[in-house]
Write a protein that binds this ligand. Structure first.
Ligand code: LLP
Length: 424
């Protein structure tokens, strides 16, 4: 991203003011080069710091056909968490053996969809799912590789809603019940192959030391399975969770530091247990696509509450970015058409939803804002389009990939007719 001679914000070599005119607002814009670069940084770092492994993109962060294709081209695997994400991956022609099907409450229909399409890996979350899967594979005479998702009892330092590895969580097997699950899987070798274990301790994590105890507990358990069930599990998936920079004050570890630390934690934990190094899988979502995206809005109403604040309302809000309202997430913005001007007025950026909590950014500095200006909000590439809604019957924005001065529409803007198209 840079400011061009006209004082406009440029992304992927494209002038954002021109993009807004051509494609309308609100508009999600993704820097394709940065998406690809992040994929490569993860792969290269893993290759450098660990003998065998795979990077799997967590599709929940942002999954559309174009993204699935990009991820496939970059040689990553794909984590899907619903029939809909799986369908998207399949329609994109994603290599089946590199798909990992997650979810804490997969329906029978979703499990069948996975088995019937030859989806490579199922990450089993709980005993009921395991029983369903045993029954289905028996009926269908199919075999599938499974991972068991474990709850290592480690708390990552992040927002409570996005912590997942702690004891009290809806995700995964408790370590105490996991051995029974292992034995069940091993009892049906013609149907299930125990490919590995999985854990995910949380998201938007800056303190990567949290991964060390998680790696230790996973390896402890792998050693226990070796001793008790005489089975050496070949793969370990440590999940995702690396944080990104939303605001200038955020200083997340780099992709390289994160991967190097995790690789070291797993290597050391394996050595302590005298366990052969498992293949290491990592499942980043946010850190691949978050900083690659921006959202462009058009400024509308400006309202002064004397002595309190100045509200600047934009043509989107919680329907295209629920994160401030849901997690209290902070963002930074810039006037894309006045990108060379210096910030000097304190404003609060509000959305257009009928909800007082629909505030995108509280108290930020912008150059004097006028109606019609373009506001660019940064780091919206993850969990924004993916969590977008039609609240107040607002159509969802379009998504563009930009690269080398070229823009490519990858999701078209919804129309009003789209909004009523499902109404019967
Ligand atoms: N693997 C599993 C099993 C996960 O549950 C998640 C995220 C990931 C990988 C990817 O984590 P990441 O690298 O993106 O941190 N909607 C929330 C984030 C929820 C994350 C859920 N699981 C947000 O907007 O912050």
């Amino acid at each position: 991203m840079r400011v061009n001679k006209r004082g406009h914000l440029e992304i992927g070599g494209c002038d954002t003011v021109e993009l807004a005119e051509r494609y309308g607002t609100p508009l999600y814009i993704m820097d394709e080069e940065l998406l690809r670069k992040n994929c490569r940084r993860f792969r290269n770092a893993l290759r450098q710091h660990y003998p065998r492994g795979q990077i799997i993109f967590a599709g929940k962060a942002f999954l559309v056909l174009a993204m699935a294709r990009l991820v496939a081209e970059e040689g990553l695997g794909l984590d899907v968490v619903s029939g809909g994400e799986l369908y998207t991956a399949l329609k994109a022609g994603f290599p089946l053996e590199r798909i990992y099907f997650h979810g804490n409450n997969k329906s029978l229909a979703e499990l069948e969809q996975a088995l019937d399409t030859g989806t490579g890996n199922i990450v089993v979350d709980n005993m009921m799912e395991l029983e369903d899967l045993m029954e289905l594979t028996r009926q269908k005479g199919k075999k599938v590789a499974v991972f068991l998702r474990l709850r290592p009892g480690v708390e990552a330092h992040t927002h409570e809603y996005i912590q997942t590895g702690q004891e009290d969580s809806k995700f995964g097997f408790a370590l105490e019940e996991a051995l029974a699950a292992v034995e069940l899987v091993l009892s049906v070798p013609a149907q299930l192959e125990l490919a590995g274990f999985h854990c995910h301790i949380g998201s938007q994590i800056f303190q990567i030391e949290s991964f060390r105890p998680a790696a230790q507990r996973m390896l402890d358990f792998m050693a226990l399975v070796r001793d008790k069930a005489d089975y050496t599990v070949p793969r370990l998936n440590m999940g995702g969770g690396l944080g990104i920079r939303y605001r200038s004050s955020d200083t997340p570890p780099s992709i390289e530091t994160f991967v190097a630390n995790l690789a070291a934690a797993v290597t050391e934990a394996a050595a302590e247990k005298n366990f052969p190094l498992p293949e290491l899988l990592l499942e980043p979502g946010r850190s691949i696509c978050g900083e690659a995206g921006i959202t462009l809005y058009r400024v509308g109403t400006i309202k002064e509450v004397p002595g309190v604040r100045r509200y600047v309302a934009v043509d989107g809000g919680m329907m295209d970015n629920i994160r401030p309202a849901l997690y209290g997430a902070g963002y930074e913005a810039m006037l894309a058409n006045k990108a060379a001007d210096n910030g000097m007025v304190a404003v609060t950026v509000a959305g257009k939803a009928c909800e007082s909590g629909d505030i995108l950014i509280e108290n930020t500095l912008l150059p004097p804002v006028e109606k019609g200006d373009l506001l660019a909000v940064f780091s919206t590439g993850a969990y924004c389009y993916a969590m977008a809604s039609n609240y107040n019957r607002n159509p969802r924005p379009a998504v563009l990939f930009v690269r080398d001065g070229q823009a490519r529409l990858v999701v078209r803007r919804e129309s009003y007719d789209d909004l009523i198209s499902l109404d019967v």
